[in-house]
Design a binder for this molecule. Sequence first.
Ligand code: NAD
Length: 453
Amino acid sequence: MSATLTSLNPSTGEPVGEVPVTPSDRIAEVVARARAAQIEWGALTAAQRAEVLAPAGEKLVARADELGELLTREMGKPLREGIGEVRGCGASLAATAKEVADALAPETLEDDHTFSTVHHDPFGVCAVITPWNFPLAMPHWMVVPALIAGNTVVLKPSEETPLIAQAYADVLSEVLPANVLQIVHGADDQGKALVAADVDMIAFTGSRATGQAILGSAAAGLKRVILELGGKDPLVVLDDADIEKAAKFAVMNSFRNAGQVCVSTERIFVDESIASQFEDRMVEMLETMPVGDGMDEASRVGPMINATQRDHVLRQIDDAVASGARVVAGGKDHHDNFIHPTILGDLNDDMGIMRDETFGPVACVARFKDVDEAVARANDTPYGLGAVVFGGDEDRALSVARRLDAGMIGVNKGCGGASGSPWVGAKQSGYGYHGSKAGHRQFAQARVLSRAK
Ligand code: NAD
């Protein structure tokens, strides 16, 4: 990789800006600075660290329009979503920091013989490695708990979106002591070098393949690892579902962020008795999803992040059609990095598009005859991030949901839980997790101090 990394606008192909690449052999120095800075940072209480960091939230909110535009130009999503991502992270920062600090407060326990205090201490230096699809939120959701737990952080953002990550780190660094949060730029070489460096913990969000590589590399030092990985989320639509609501959800959750969301709906299993009606409503609703440059106010679906991702999605569509899938809507007029939202029907579960993560604006509708079949097919994947069930009889839908092998399952709604819930993948979609009291504690070393009664 050359000495600078040029960030390209996926809508226009034009450069948005550039950052210096961190030479891999300089990463050890960055980590050494992080280790030195950790001594004072780790000596504060979690509540004190939360107080230091909190004002960064207001700074992000104050710059939400400007940073949201940068995010959209660099990543492609519609501007209102780019601004919303910055504003949402900024507005919740202080509360999240306090929530983490509360989760890490010492706990006391006793039995007949012993008094104990459980402390949640820093590990030391935490590497945070992130993807491009939510290029500010993904760093944010790992950097904040890592910092509040008393670790110093070295962030390695995606090579596709270095500018918005740098801007985010700069805002936080306005309130943090020197070297508490540092950033290294580059691609997989820099990621590998960071994992191999003298870090104590690696918090990663990205693809399953990269997660496997990181876990393998971290094994040598038994470094703590949290992995949030890809998905192949099913949507199960039962025969008594509200078709209007289910179709609306299917369209929104298949095409939002051009399908480049880890909990996008990637497979739809719909009861055959309502499948045609359901497909028809989805087709009508596609009109609400115009494709275009995220800077154009009318756009709801932006481009693929790059040509590699575009080619992967188009290949999956072409292979499925060649194997007998029916194009229900879309499937043409793709240009540059833009893929027109496409609905496919008559899918079978052996097709690549039903097995491998797509991460593009494609809705795959398969039909089932009975609920046992739907559950078995929904679970027939190594992934287990999110899942959703739509059904009129809520108790029945909930009992189907309990049989789905995923970390987060929604009934008549998306898979995300109430605030305070973990963000968690089952099976090969996750290894450890974050969010929630238990998730925050994964950024800290538990230490039990006991004395006799
Ligand atoms: P990716 O795995 O290709 O890259 C993620 C990051 O890892 C980048 O910063 C990259 O430079 C770095 N990297 C690549 N190889 C590395 C290595 N060997 N060692 C260390 N670092 C390395 O993923 P992506 O294409 O950027 O993002 C898309 C993926 O992220 C999808 O699979 C998506 O489902 C997943 N994702 C998951 C969640 C979740 O919460 N579970 C959220 C967002 C995205």
